[in-house]
Design a protein around this ligand. Structure first.
Ligand code: MN
Length: 377
């Protein structure tokens, strides 16, 4: 299963930093990003140490991701305690292990995991920041949070305390899923809508990760930016068993859809409404007109326009076949009338013609039902 997964990663120092203190790993089945913090390169040490420690622990005890992260917390904290220049260092960590039935995610801090599924982007992790807690408690709005000066103040990080509380969840995967791990250098520079646009546009994971990082740098690049993109195969038959576990999928359903979809939908609704209004108007206008034609072989008064919108108003008992050919042709085309009275008048005229024609030409005016009816509608 894991071998069918496609993945890529990219990182950039950004425009305003002296060092890249982000670390990442993309080595199936383990994927992670870590954003280190602390003065004088200590952040770089913290994020790299965390990655090394997790890899070492997983080699010893495969699959036990949460345990490995807890051990990494101890390792980083012990190193910081032992070295004055590293005191207070720590790192965010968003780590993921792929498995046949889905992914295990372990998370601390404000790096993030997102799931792209069927064109929608869902955030899988919650930020351990003061600002996100204030939003959750309803004390500030999401817009205020986005520009809050303290939006990157962490409530939790790996290595800062001897013990750490981690979030850990399992997400069931489906064919065609794409998972993004990223540091806050991406999410502070790009809106979730912008991230979504790139993820849906760039189908190749390598191009998608490079494009995400380039866009974050172009948008200001105030921070180191790192992304890992993991694709589950989209073709039926080569991926993980699809829907057995779909039901317990994702947390925090911050579902976003691309702008162009909303626009396309709005445009279609407007277009349909306009067409409907035009149709109703045309129909009303058309049905206010009258003509005489035939139906079921009988002379018939219609509202509407022949070959367009029309409906039977009254069917007479005059057989079309009992009329001279010239009238049959006219009826086939539809004889225009000014109004209902005019139409009735024309029918009465045809009745006179029928009487004359029947006595003059045919000794037996009884119509043959097969004649004439085929000519009209
Ligand atoms: Mn950062």
């Amino acid at each position: 299963m894991t071998s069918a997964i496609r993945h890529a990663a990219a990182t950039d120092i950004g425009l305003a930093r002296e060092a890249n203190e982000d670390s990442y790993l993309a080595d199936p089945p383990l994927f992670l990003v870590a954003d280190g913090m602390g003065g004088h390169m200590a952040g770089d040490v913290a994020s790299r140490m965390a990655v090394e420690s997790i890899v070492r622990e997983l080699a010893r005890n495969p699959g036990a991701l949460a345990d490995a992260v807890i051990q990494a917390n101890r390792d980083v904290h012990n190193r910081a305690a032992a070295r004055p220049e590293l005191r207070g260092m720590g790192t965010t960590l968003t780590a993921m292990m792929t498995a046949p039935d889905g992914v295990d995610i372990v998370h601390i801090g404000d790096s993030r995991a997102y799931l792209l599924r069927n064109g929608s982007l869902t955030r899988l992790t919650r930020d351990h920041t003061v600002v996100e807690r204030l939003v959750r408690e309803g004390r500030i709005g999401p817009e205020e949070a986005e520009h809050h000066p303290k939006r990157s103040y962490l409530e939790r990080a790996l290595g800062v305390e001897p013990q750490v509380e981690i979030d850990s969840y399992k997400v069931a995967t489906q064919q065609g899923d794409r998972i993004l791990l990223c540091t806050d250098g991406l999410t502070t520079m790009l809106s979730e809508d912008e991230i979504l646009q790139i993820l849906v546009t760039e189908r190749d994971p390598k191009r998608a990760s490079r494009e995400l990082v380039a866009a974050a740098v172009a948008a200001g690049g105030n921070d180191n930016v790192t992304v890992v993109v993991v694709d589950y195969p989209g073709q039926a038959g080569e991926g993980p068993e699809p829907s057995a576990q779909q039901t317990r999928a994702v947390r925090s359903p911050n579902v976003l859809r691309p702008n162009w979809r909303r626009r396309a939908l709005r445009t279609s609704i407007v277009a349909i409404a306009v067409l409907l209004a035009v149709f109703v108007a045309v129909r009303a206008l058309t049905l206010s007109r009258w003509y005489v034609g035939s139906s079921d072989g009988k002379v018939t008064i219609y509202r509407g326009v022949p070959w367009f919108i029309h409906k039977v108003d009254r069917r007479s008992d005059i057989p079309v076949s009992a009329l001279p050919e010239v009238y049959r042709d006219e009826l086939a085309e539809g004889i225009r009338a000014d109004d209902r009275g005019d139409a009735e008048y024309r029918v009465s005229k045809l009745r006179e013609i029928q009487a004359e024609h029947g006595s003059a030409v045919s000794p037996n005016p009884t119509p043959s039902p097969s004649v004439g009816s085929g000519a009209v509608r």
